[in-house]
Design a binder for this molecule. Structure first.
Ligand code: SF4
Length: 90
């Protein structure tokens, strides 16, 4: 299976609130742009104005964006109990 097909096997349950947030005013920070390159689920993108946009749906909770961008840029917490990704192996 390819990566996308494998990711399709995982199950996601949304938390009440997004567990990762771009801190206010950091949407154009160069450190945030690293997340576009490193997020394995491809959840970060840059729009025509150079603003980084993010969606939480499909987050694997791997923490790569936290390490790449830093917590000055991202507020990063694990989702609440019972929420988030449930991995399927195969
Ligand atoms: Fe992407 Fe991992 Fe960050 Fe989730 S924790 S947004 S999957 S890099």
């Amino acid at each position: 299976l390819g990566l996308k097909a494998k990711l399709g096997l995982d199950v996601f349950k949304a938390d009440k609130e997004a567990h990762i947030k771009i801190r206010p005013g950091m949407e154009k920070d160069p450190r945030l742009k690293r997340a576009i390159l490193v997020c394995p689920a491809g959840l970060y993108s840059e729009n025509a104005e150079g603003v980084v946009e993010f969606t939480i749906d499909g987050c694997l909770e791997c923490g790569t964006c936290r390490l790449a961008c830093g917590t000055e840029v991202l507020e990063w917490n694990y989702p609440g109990g019972g929420s988030g990704v449930q991995f399927r192996f195969g």
